[in-house]
Ligand binder design. Structure first.
Ligand SMILES: [Fe+2]
Length: 409
């Protein structure tokens, strides 16, 4: 029995590790070394950092493991104060050595050691799963960061060749009534969850209505054409400041050529597809749009109770041959993350994981907003109804969109 379980675990481990390499393989060694902004990391760094995570939290504690290179503990620790000093995040693109090929050898070294550890059945299961879900989380970051990097190239290069979708059409906007009351929020059961998804608890929600689909590019264009980015009345004060500071006039990656709206995608620059969900908007923009539309963003509790009512409906998740949302449909998980109005805070009774990995989520619960769902850069198997993604209110490089809500009539 044990051998079947460990074989499955080794397969799961190797499967996750292989997807990282598949996605990174879309990039050249030169692509993999570059860092387009302090928030983004080089692809090569993501490949190494996810590997370091297994080394630091699973292999080193065995006392039997020989590290690949002691300097990697400094180079590839992200933010774990308990582990020790680390290279500054904003300067990751300056670490030209080790090169991409060397990172591949590092990954192979750790894969071998991890396969042996998993086969022996000696690895703490919770930490193994955390390491795998951590790597999946970085697969999404890898896609986001690669897209941002290539968007800064003057000729909008293609990450993945793909025919344009034909006739993408969104359902007409409609509203779904959701009954309020005392509801259960958060993850329950044996499956993996991050610590921030629990404990499950009760929350009180008034009756409300939620849109039957995400806001589309066509919807957003009406906001732009109505002077949405020039009219302060729709914006939070900080949001209006961001509009001035960054010169926002449309979502990230939108452009205009010869009167035609265009958008940079992982398959190069394309005409804007009106039926796709709008993507790469900040919380500030999502909030302003909702006010313009006479609605509001859902709270994360409203989002969760509404999503429970559409089980099984999934939009696009990470497919290395696509890396792009599909048409806005009834699904609440997939295509684009959806901003909620909720600040990213601990749930009642929240307890971080013990040890250094307790720094994983808890210490970021300040000045960020929760996004729900999943996106076309989220690897299959990583999506969860109770998943709490989070970004600062001005961030736009995630695959982030929105869905409207409003109070019950
Ligand atoms: Fe990480």
């Amino acid at each position: 029995m044990t051998s079947t379980i460990t074989t499955d675990l080794v397969d799961q481990f190797l499967g996750v590790r292989a997807l990282t390499e598949n996605v990174a393989g879309l990039l050249s060694a030169e692509d993999q070394a570059a860092q387009s902004m302090p928030d983004a990391s080089p692809a090569k760094w993501h490949r190494a950092h996810t590997t370091w995570f297994f080394e630091e939290f699973l292999l080193d504690p065995t006392g039997q493991y020989t590290s690949y290179d002691a300097s990697y503990r400094y180079l590839f620790n992200s933010y774990y104060e308990a582990v020790g000093p680390r290279h500054p995040r904003a300067q990751r693109g300056l670490v030209t050595r080790p090169n991409a090929a060397e990172i591949g050898r590092y990954r192979a070294h750790v894969d071998d050691a991890m396969a042996a550890l998993l086969t022996n059945g000696d690895a703490p299961p919770a930490l193994v799963q955390l390491g795998l879900h951590h790597e999946q989380q970085h697969q999404e970051l890898l896609v986001m960061d690669a897209k941002h990097l290539l968007s800064r190239h003057p000729f909008a290069p293609v990450l993945v060749e793909r025919d344009a979708d034909s006739g993408t059409e969104a359902a007409p906007l409609g509203w779904r009534e959701v009954e309020g009351g005392l509801i259960s929020i958060g993850h329950e059961g044996d499956g993996f969850r991050f610590d921030n998804e629990g404990p499950q608890h009760q929350a009180f929600v008034l009756p409300f209505e939620i849109a039957n689909r995400a806001v589309t590019n066509a919807d957003w264009l009406a906001f732009v054409d109505d002077g949405g980015y020039q009219r302060a009345e729709f914006w939070l004060s900080d949001g209006w400041h961001a509009v001035q500071q960054y010169g926002w006039q449309a979502p990230e990656y939108w452009s205009q050529r010869d009167g035609e709206r265009r958008v940079f995608t992982c398959s190069g620059e394309r005409p804007l597809d009106p039926g796709e969900p709008v993507c790469h908007v900040s919380f500030y923009e999502a909030d302003a749009y909702a006010r313009w539309a006479g609605a509001r963003l859902p709270t994360e509790q409203e989002w969760e109770v509404a999503a429970r009512a559409v089980p099984g409906a999934l939009g696009a998740l990470l497919d290395p041959a696509r890396l792009h949302p599909g048409a806005a449909g009834r699904q609440m998980i997939g295509d684009v993350w959806e901003w909620t109005s909720s600040a990213y805070l601990p749930y009642p009774g929240f307890a971080p994981m013990p040890g250094a990995v307790g720094e994983y989520n808890g210490k970021f619960m300040c000045d960020q907003h929760v996004l729900r769902g999943a996106s076309c850069a989220t690897p299959p198997g990583h999506e969860r109804l109770t998943y709490r993604n989070f970004f600062p209110a001005s961030a736009r490089w995630a695959f982030s969109g929105l869905r409207l809500a409003r109070n019950a009539a």
